[in-house]
Structures are given as C-alpha cells and as structure tokens.
Unconditional design. Sequence first.
Length: 254
Amino acid sequence: MRVLVTRPQPGADRTAARLSQLGHEAVVMPLFEASVTASMDDLPTATEIGGLIATSARAFDMFGNQSVSESGYSGITVYAVGAATAQAARDAGFAHVHEGGGTAEALLQELVCDLATVSSGADRTCSPDSATPLIYLAGVPRTPMIEAGLSAHQVSHRVVECYKMNKISYSTDIVKTDILSPAPDVVLIYSANAARAFCELASTGSFDEVIESAHFLCLSAPIAAELPLGWQPRVTVAKRPDKDSLLALLSALE
C-alpha cells in the first residue's frame, strides 16, 4: 500500500523506513517542524521543582548538551506521557522517570492520583512533591488539557513553553502532482494539530477527490475526532496511543 506519513522529522523518515521493511510504499509529508524555544536556564532551581511533566519527547531538546546532573536536576521525577517521552527523559539524564499510559488524559489522572496518595501520607518514591510546583515542559500550539486539569484539582504548577511546532507550507501543485500522485491508500495522523492541518490543506488545495478512498489511521480517539464527519467511516484508531499499535492497523487493510 502507498502510505502517507505526516509526522515531523526526523521521525517521519524512521517511519518511512519501517513501512518499507513491511513492504509498503511510504511518502513523507511532515505537516510541522519543531524549534526549541527555551533552555535549562529558563527553569527554576532544582529545589523549586516538585516534578517535571512532559507530553512529548521534544520537550527534552531544551537541555541540549547541558548536563542535567551537574545542574542538580537529574534527581527530579519526570512524568512522561508514554514510552518515547520517557526514553527521551532518560537520555537527557533524568534518573526517576514515570512512564504514563500514552495519553495526556491518562497522565493527568495518574498525577492527580499520586498527589492524593502523597497527601494521605503514603510513601511513593515516584510521586510529585505536593508542596512544590510541578513544571510542565510544554509545546506550542497545544491543547491545554494538562494545565487545565491541574488547575481544576488545585495543583500548584507552572508552564514552561520549551518548543514550538511550526506549520510547513506546501504548494497545491506539489501536493497534487508529487506527494499525492498516485493517491495514497492510507494516511497516518499522529496529533490533533496534524489532523487540523491536513484538513485545512485538503480544503484549500481542493484535493478531497484524491483522498476520497484513503483510510485514515489515528494515534488516538481525540485525534480522530478532528477529522471531518465524511471521512469518519474510513478512520481507525490505534488500540494504544503508540507508533507500533498505529502501524499494526495496516495489516487489517491489506
């Protein structure tokens, strides 16, 4: 099958290589590219941080080549949304990393439950310090689920915007005559921002007919909900919000 990959680089090329190994033809069209907008100098001192929250591996690009250990941050607990983000935290030098269930909703629930456990007096090694603000290493743009949820539960926190996802522009001619010719059988959608951007591109470029038979594979239900109603019969959501589960959906379409 011809599969359109919309995730940012360098992940897009890794996915394309994986698809080739599976016998598919991959075409890459990243809809966003990331830029780092903060550094470790923008963080409070280690003693002023009750824990770090990260919903993307890109959050740890802010540390660059700076030493997390020498700066005293390595002992801070990191609450990571899933496996890839948790690994990025470890690679950056953090020793205490909690790997969440793969979605922002699950991570928020885990945080609130752990804070309740701390308040009850139980000893939890990987729980945030309820008396010290949590720092959310956030991207722009984003859905404000984490900070809204923390505020709703009166959890002290601060948002540090450390990366920005910049939309990539494509000319209609390039999309129609190069990227979408021949038409893809499958489109992989990795984020709500990507879903909205792809819909906007399809609308302004008037290539709805080109993708009228394409199947849309989405990392999660909230992402799928961003796609138009008319596309929904051809939308499938991964069983788990991770890249392996997303690619596993391809076998059902063959």
